[in-house]
Ligand binder design. Structure first.
Ligand code: NDP
Length: 294
């Protein structure tokens, strides 16, 4: 391996401790509160929600969890969101996705007060980000951007290829890179000759959900690879029915060629929760009329 492995776990710990210091410094203005709403009992979502709650408390914020049955009506869910929008002790609201099929995800997300939309998925925040205005920025792409800025310093003029065009990762990632003056290409399942597209990039952000899709021979020597994918694959070597996590990039072959790469696990994942806490603190400051901490 020649690439530097970007340690998202350590970086996230520094972000969380900075947030904790800022929360303590702002105590005279109140305590930031984050409400997480989980519908149904998806095991992966349960794990995320537990770990979000634990880290929220660790940085000194108030954490509230609302667990609703999988068959909750849209009216009841919207009613809860309206209550949380009014609750002055809650500054950030997150609805854990995906939602069961009978609920309209757009309708639910857009029912959150944009000022409390710490996931940055509300249509107002999407528009603000797209027009370069102050907004809530989606946590996963924000974490990727922070790691890229930390590694490169300025991103200006770099060729960036984002693979994936989802509303939660690919599209906001592309917006953020564009805002930092990268030349941005978004690739997706219909992109022709994707390997050649990826090969010209100085930065590749991969958010697809296909285990180890991007191989070392796709990338230019020295490229920075940010692997957002989280895929659970069989690991017979670990025992019957055991699984292991891999990214969307084939780590060993990419690490031979890349300049830097994020591992899975331990790369983008921990940064996502750290950015959620940073966003909650920003939302708190916005709502209190205070400047956002730097
Ligand atoms: P989506 O399924 O919403 O989007 C996947 C994207 O990948 C789509 O735009 C799709 O293209 C594209 N795609 C699918 N197949 C190919 C292919 N063969 N070649 C090129 N592009 C392809 O996924 P998400 O954006 O929600 O998540 C992506 C991955 O990131 C998942 O593994 C998810 O678990 C992980 N993730 C990790 C987070 C973290 O905190 N680390 C947070 C969020 C997600 P098209 O639009 O044409 O269908």
């Amino acid at each position: 391996m020649s690439a530097r492995s970007i340690d998202g776990k350590a970086f996230a710990a520094t972000v969380r401790s900075r947030v904790a210091e800022q929360v303590a410094a702002l105590a005279a203005h109140g305590q930031p509160g984050l409400a997480v709403v989980l519908v149904g009992a998806d095991p992966a979502s349960e794990v995320y929600v537990r770990s979000k709650g634990k880290m929220t408390i660790e940085v000194g914020m108030k954490s509230v969890e609302h667990r609703l049955p999988a068959d909750v009506s849209e009216a009841d869910l919207l009613g809860l969101l309206a209550e949380l929008n009014r609750d002055e002790t809650i500054h950030g609201i997150l609805v854990q996705l995906p939602l069961p099929a009978h609920l309209d995800e757009n309708q639910v997300i857009n029912a959150i007060d944009p000022a409390k939309d710490v996931d940055g998925f509300h249509i107002s925040n999407v528009g603000l980000l797209g027009t370069g205005q102050k907004s809530m920025v989606p946590c996963t792409p924000l974490g990727c951007l922070m790691m890229l800025r930390d590694y490169h310093g300025s991103l200006s003029g770099l060729d960036a290829v984002v693979i994936g065009r989802s509303n939660i990762v690919g599209k906001p990632m592309a917006q953020l890179l564009l805002k930092d003056s990268c030349t941005v290409t978004i690739a997706h399942s219909r992109t022709k000759n994707i390997e050649a597209v990826v090969k010209r990039a100085d930065i590749v952000v991969v958010a697809v959900g296909r285990p180890e899709m991007v191989k070392g021979d796709w990338i230019k020597p020295g490229t920075t690879v940010i692997d957002v994918g989280i895929n659970r694959i069989d690991a017979p070597g670990k025992g019957e029915g055991k699984a292991r996590l891999v990214g969307d990039c084939h780590f060993d072959s990419c690490a031979e060629v890349a300049g830097a790469i994020t591992p899975v696990p331990g790369g983008v994942g921990p940064m996502t929760i750290a950015c959620l806490l940073a966003n909650t603190l920003n939302a708190f400051c916005d709502q209190k009329g205070l400047p956002r901490p730097r």
